[in-house]
Design a binder for this molecule. Structure first.
Ligand SMILES: *Cc1c(COP(=O)(O)O)cnc(C)c1O
Length: 430
């Protein structure tokens, strides 16, 4: 189909990027389970390798099934292009790779997925990169953290472990003033609830492992480019604006214009880092995306019901969900994620660590797993699992205090989920 801007989200989540298979007429996107593609002739091969013609060479770079998913996600986010990769964490490295270099830093929100905090505070140092963590509610602190070596600003729209919404337009304005791209991790919100590019983001990253696939089957990631950033406005982004030695002197921005970042991600990023998404994973994620809006509506509806019930229960100390009027971030829902504050939140159980452990062990429908964004409801007690190695002070700061449990609300019957929590809270109080 032609992806006219007149099509609504529900139509695009099923059709964007896909067309009947030209060879067979297959209506569903085939899984192109192939490593390589036969060149028409030597001239065709040379044109592909020179990036003079766009086509398929080798599945580390491009694959027709993955290409449909890339176009689908780019369209839903309102970007010009996207690169899929093997996981959400791979997407973060792929997103930073063309921007950073030894000695360069990224200014990042303190409110991030735990794995991202580790990747940014420890692992990227091996590349000579670093991250400066700042409270993104303190706009002056964000401004003053940016220095001559900063190459990107990074945050999550709805931040893990839930309950926090970033003021994306305010952060985008700061990045813009400094001539820097803003990268927004939109995993917890999905493009159905939040559209970071419309709010001023340059790049959007996803763990497609979560809501986009939606059923806990495959890991994957994606980097979406808005196509709006002027990479040549300063000399800060030579990978995109200056001659590329690993591509016989090609200047990506000059040659590809708004598609420069996407082409770089494939021609250099996937080619040399090799964090490729496989076609089978792309297939599962395409299946999931077809029902994204329907699922997100139910995720949010259930989350509101359950958070409200928990907040009114005497066995619960507090609930941190931005969808509740009691949340300090409730006022941001309308402008940042008007269709709802997602389905991730934490709550504190009276009785502390022991009660939380009993609660987690007593739940029947909720699965105790280190994952989120599944059709199934999930629970984790961070203090005894993912945040176990931290001091109590660090646990507190990360929203993972010993008395706190995180829920990822699924799309089951809300009444069944409430009954499950009710039973488990009683068991925990005993
Ligand atoms: C899960 C997650 C990631 C990491 O994604 P993987 O697919 O597990 O590598 C990054 N950011 C957020 C917000 C996530 O929830």
């Amino acid at each position: 189909m032609t992806d006219g801007p007149s099509y609504g989200f529900d139509t695009l989540q099923i059709h964007a990027g896909a067309r009947p298979d030209p060879a067979t007429g297959a209506r569903q996107t085939p899984i192109y389970q192939t490593t390589a593609y036969v060149f028409r002739d030597a001239e065709h091969a040379a044109a592909l390798f020179n990036l003079q013609e766009v086509g398929f060479i080798y599945s580390r770079l491009t694959n027709p099934t993955v290409a449909v998913l890339q176009e689908r996600i780019a369209t839903l986010e309102g970007g010009v292009g996207a690169v899929c990769c093997s996981s959400g964490h791979a997407a973060q490295i792929m997103a930073l790779f063309p921007l950073m270099g030894p000695g360069r830093n990224v200014v990042a929100s303190t409110r991030l997925y735990g794995g991202t905090v580790t990747q940014f505070s420890q692992t990227i140092k091996r590349f000579g990169w670093s991250a400066k963590f700042v409270d993104f509610d303190d706009l002056d602190a964000v401004r003053s953290a940016i220095d001559e070596d900063t190459r990107a600003v990074f945050c999550e729209a709805i931040a893990n472990p839930g309950g926090y919404i970033t003021d994306v337009p305010a952060i985008a304005a700061i990045a813009d003033d400094a001539g820097l791209p803003l990268i927004v991790d939109n995993t917890s919100a999905t493009p159905y609830l939040c559209r970071p590019i419309e709010l001023g983001a340059t790049l959007v990253v996803h763990s497609t492992t979560k809501y986009l696939t939606g059923n806990g089957t495959v890991t994957g990631g994606c980097v979406v480019d808005s196509g709006k950033f002027n990479w040549s406005a300063s000399d800060k982004f030579p990978s995109l604006s200056a001659p590329e030695p690993a591509y016989h002197g090609l200047k990506f921005h000059e040659t590809f214009g708004p598609l420069a970042y996407t082409f770089h991600g494939i021609a250099i990023g996937l080619r040399d880092l090799g964090m490729t998404m496989n076609p089978q994973a792309a297939h599962y994620t395409l299946m999931g995306i077809e029902t994204l809006s329907l699922r997100m509506e139910r995720h949010v509806e259930n989350a509101v019901k359950i958070a409200t019930w928990l907040e009114n229960d005497p066995r619960v100390e507090y609930v941190t969900y931005a969808g509740l009027p009691s949340s300090p971030y409730h006022g941001r829902v309308e402008s940042i994620c008007p269709r709802g504050a997602g389905a991730l939140f934490t709550f504190a159980v009276k009785g502390g660590y022991e009660a939380c452990v009993k609660l987690v062990d007593s739940l029947e429908i909720f699965s105790h797993v280190a994952n989120l964004g599944d059709t199934r409801s999930l629970v984790i007690h961070s203090a005894s699992t993912t945040h176990r190695q931290l001091t109590p002070e660090q646990q507190e700061a990360a929203g993972a205090a010993p008395n706190v449990v995180r829920l990822s609300i699924g799309i089951e019957d809300a009444d069944d989920l409430i009954a499950d929590l009710d039973r488990a809270l009683s068991a925990a109080a005993r």
